[in-house]
Each structure stands twice: as C-alpha cells, then as structure tokens.
Design a protein around this ligand. Structure first.
Ligand SMILES: Nc1ncnc2c1ncn2[C@@H]1O[C@H](COP(=O)(O)OP(=O)(O)O)[C@@H](O)[C@H]1O
Ligand SMILES: [Mg+2]
Length: 481
C-alpha cells in the first residue's frame, strides 16, 4: 500500500508549442502579412499602370509634334536638348529624316527600332548599349510620301519610381508584420491571462487530497476571473459553482461517514459490557459447580470461546472506528528496538511450537510513533504468523533503517497468504476461507491487518506484503524520529 502522491502537473507556458495564444498570434500575424502584401502589390500595379500610361501619353505627344530637325542621310545624331533621352527617328523611303537620339544608340539599335511594325500600341524593348525603352512607331503621309516616325523614351521613368515604391512597400510590409506580431502577442496574452489563472486554479484543486478529511475545497477562482460578462469569466463562474457543488457533496459524504463511524464506535462500546457479563457468568458457572454434565461443559466452553472472540472483535472494531474518526496518535520519539523485543517475547510465551528469531541492529532505532499502537501492530503481525502457520514454523522479526524510515518486517516460512486474498488482505474482514480459519483456532476476525494498515497509515508510513508458499514477509515503515 503506497501513499497517494499528487501528479506533478504543470500549466503549459502561455506561448508554448501548440498553445491557443501561440496559434492566435501566428494566425493574426499571417493574416496581417497577407493583407499587407496583397495591398502593396495592388497599389504597385496601379501606380505602374499610371506611370506607363503617362509615358505613353508623352510618346504620343512627341510623335505628333512636327519634325524639328530634318537632317541628311545618314543620321548625324545630336542629343535631345531637354536631356530626357528621347529618341526620334523619321524615315521615309529609306531616307533618314533624323530628329533626335541620345549618344550611344548604335546602328544596330537604330535598325531594331526601324524594323518595328507601325502599330498603335507602344512596346517596351531593350536596345543595345542604352537599355530599356518604350517605343512608339507611327506612319504618316506627308506630301504623298509615307513617313515612319519612331519615338522612344527611356523606360527608367517607369522602373526607377517603381523600384523605390516596391522597396518602400516591402519595408512597410515588414514593419506591419513586426508590429502586428508584437501587438497580437500583447493582446492575446492579456486576454488569455485569466484562462491561464483558471488552469492554475484547476491544477491546484486537482492536487488537493479530497479523498480524506472533511472535503473542504479552499480554492476558488478569483472574482475578477469569474465575471459572467466575458467568456473566460463564464468558465470561471461555472468552475466555482462546480467547486461549491463538489464541496457540498464531499461534506455530505463526510457527515454520513462520521455518523456511521460514530454508530460503530458506540455500538462496539455498548457491546463491551454485556460481553463482559456473559464471560463473567460463564466463569462463575464453571467455578460454582464441581461436576457439570458433559454437554453442558462443552456448551460452557463454546460460550466462553465465542464471547472471547466477540470481545476481541468488538475491541478491534472500536479501535478501527477511533482510528477512522480522528487518528489521535500520541506521536513521541519511540524506541522501536524495545517494542520489537517485547512483542517477540510475548509471542514466544504464547507459542513454544514456533521458532522465534530476531534480527536487530546494533544501535537503538528511534521513530516518531505511538508506542502502544505500534506494539499492537507488531503483535498483530506476530499473532498472524503464529495462528496462520503450522507448528514448527520459523518466524523472524527484523528491525532496520531504510533511508529516513524505520522498517519492521515479520517473515515466516509457513504456507503463505492465499493468493486470492493478497490484494485485499489489508482491508477489513478479509481472511482465508472458512476451513483454514477453523484450523487457526476460530479466533479469526479479519480485522488484524486492517488495524495494522490503519495505524501505520496514521503514522504516515507504509505497509507491504510479499508472500508465496514457504515465504511470507509483512513489512511496515514509519518515519524515523
Ligand atoms: N503470516 C501469515 N501466513 C499466512 N496467512 C496469513 C498470515 N497473516 C495473515 N494471513 C492471512 O490474512 C488473513 C487476514 O489476517 P488478519 O487481518 O490478521 O485477520 P485474522 O488474523 O483475524 O484472520 C488471515 O485470515 C490469513 O488468511
Ligand atoms: Mg490476525
């Protein structure tokens, strides 16, 4: 039998893996990132369209301007006076009527421009040496001659502002993501803090030893966390109601248990007097009449034996009832060596048919114990080793220190505790089947080991059994003084 140990449960950290707060923060941040990126992309696309349209408008107006220069063949070049990088080539019938072109435009570039079809929509193309250009080609009829006009403007007028815009948008997106992460984290942590406190309270309650005592549950969710206005508050409120309910139920159970215990204690107490009278009258009858008829003598013997058994039973019941209701132990530093010595010498006196061995440590072992009760524990174990084993059995009683504990073990080489009752042997009224009980002399009540367990548990100790045919060891442990 081991003492109940509360599981070491912990509340997960607020931002721990898989927690609700972590999920909320991650999802909020992801949503903000998605929206910001989409918004940036749409804005960039719109501005790109506007810039390109502006460029195209300028191309149109440049193309529709009358020729400013009419040069000879081949083109002599000459840069655009405004420095806008404008290229303008007018050609008719293989003749160049050069308007303007930037330095660096190669012949190949010029050829590329002239090879373009005259279409209405401007196109973007990369010209060797000078880079990306937006190009518009138009054809006009001037004095019955078809003049092809090529106008081109550097595309950087679109790409340069677009690059800065995209960099700006990227930076803003990054800032938005960081801000939303920090903000979401703060908001989520703050709004989930009551839930964390609730979990802590629940853990505290689950660690309470509710299986014993009056069932008082001293823990409640704080009023601030039990405000029905919020969802978490509703959980807190429901939790408090549940705890009230549990407390009421435990208190009711405790009251009814106390009533039963008091009844058992009272009943046992009341039974002691009539039992004493029965035994007294039986003894008187035996002494008063010299010669009793055989069957009357037998009946008298049975009356004496049964009333003795009943007295033992009543005494055990009374003791158990007392231990149950309030384990009033007189805990003092107690010399266990003396207790073991006394108990074994009593057992030796009670049965010379058994071999009684002792294994004591050199020095005295002191434990925090109630000497009378502990004597009874050892006496019960020795009585069992005497009554539930055949004559000739060797019983060894050992005392030792195990860590902070004092251990007393009673080992015998008798037939062993029947396997079917080993699990429940420390419970009340557990005993071997009737035939074996009769062998044991009919004094079996099934309460001896229950008393052992109750007394040892009241000491904060433990009891254990290890038994098989030919080897049975009962061990009790109590804290050292
Ligand atoms: N040393 C032992 N060897 C064999 N059986 C035992 C021993 N001690 C206890 N038992 C078994 O455990 C049962 C319960 O013991 P206990 O609670 O002391 O009740 P009781 O001795 O009154 O029968 C006994 O009836 C017996 O069957
Ligand atoms: Mg017994």
């Amino acid at each position: 039998m081991t003492l109940p140990v509360a599981p070491a449960s912990t509340v997960p950290a607020p931002m721990g893996r898989g927690t609700l707060s972590r999920q909320l923060v991650v999802r909020t941040t992801a949503l903000v990132a998605l929206v910001t990126i989409a918004l940036s992309l749409f804005t960039a696309l719109a501005i790109f369209q506007i810039l390109q349209n502006q460029l195209d408008d300028r191309l149109q107006s440049a193309a529709s301007r009358p020729d400013r220069f009419v040069g000879s063949n081949p083109p002599t070049g000459g840069s655009d006076p405004a420095g806008s990088g404008l290229i303008r080539i007018d050609a008719a019938g293989g003749q160049f009527l050069v308007s303007s072109q930037p330095e660096g435009l190669t012949a190949a570039g010029t050829a590329m421009l002239l090879s373009l079809d005259a279409s209405r929509a401007p196109v973007t193309m990369r010209l060797p040496e000078v880079g990306l250009y937006r190009v518009l080609v138009q054809e006009r009829e001037v004095r019955e001659v078809i003049v092809t006009t090529v106008v081109a403007l550097p595309y950087r007028e679109v790409t340069t502002p677009m690059t800065s815009l995209l960099m700006m948008a990227g930076l803003l997106t990054l800032v938005a993501i960081v801000l939303s992460f920090v903000g979401a984290r703060r908001v989520v942590e703050r709004s989930l803090r009551p839930l964390t406190r609730l979990a802590t309270t629940a853990h505290q309650v689950s660690n309470l030893p509710l299986d014993s005592g009056e069932g008082h549950v001293p823990i409640r969710v704080a009023p601030a966390d039990a405000d029905p206005a919020s969802e978490v508050g509703q959980v807190g409120l429901a939790f408090n109601h549940m705890l009230d309910n549990v407390e009421h139920a435990l208190a009711a159970r405790h009251r009814s248990e106390t009533k039963v215990r008091r009844f058992v204690a009272d009943a046992s107490h009341e039974l002691r007097n009539p039992l004493a009278s029965i035994r007294g009258y039986a003894e008187l009858t035996r002494r008063g009449s010299e010669e009793l008829p055989n069957d009357a003598a037998h009946a008298l013997g049975r009356i004496e034996a049964e009333s003795e058994r009943m007295s033992a039973l009543v005494q055990d019941l009374l003791l158990l009832a007392r231990l149950d209701s309030e384990p009033t132990l007189d805990l003092q530093p107690t010399d266990l060596t003396a207790i073991v010595l006394n108990a074994v010498s009593d057992a030796r006196a009670a049965s010379a048919d058994h071999t009684w061995a002792l294994d004591l440590p050199e020095d005295v072992v002191m434990a925090r114990a109630d000497a009378n009760r502990l004597h009874q524990v050892v006496a019960n174990l020795l009585a069992n080793a005497r009554t539930h084993t055949p004559p000739g059995t060797r019983v060894e009683t050992a005392l030792s220190r195990v860590g902070d504990w004092a251990a007393i073990s009673v080992t015998d080489d008798g037939p062993g505790v029947p396997a079917e009752i080993q699990d429940t042997v420390f419970e009340r009224f557990t005993r071997a089947d009737a035939s074996r009980v009769r062998q044991a002399g009919g004094s079996s009540t099934g309460l001896g080991l229950a008393i052992v367990a109750a007394v040892v548990n009241a000491h904060g100790g433990e009891v254990a059994l290890d038994s098989r045919p030919g080897y049975t060891r009962f061990t009790i442990r109590v804290p050292l003084a």
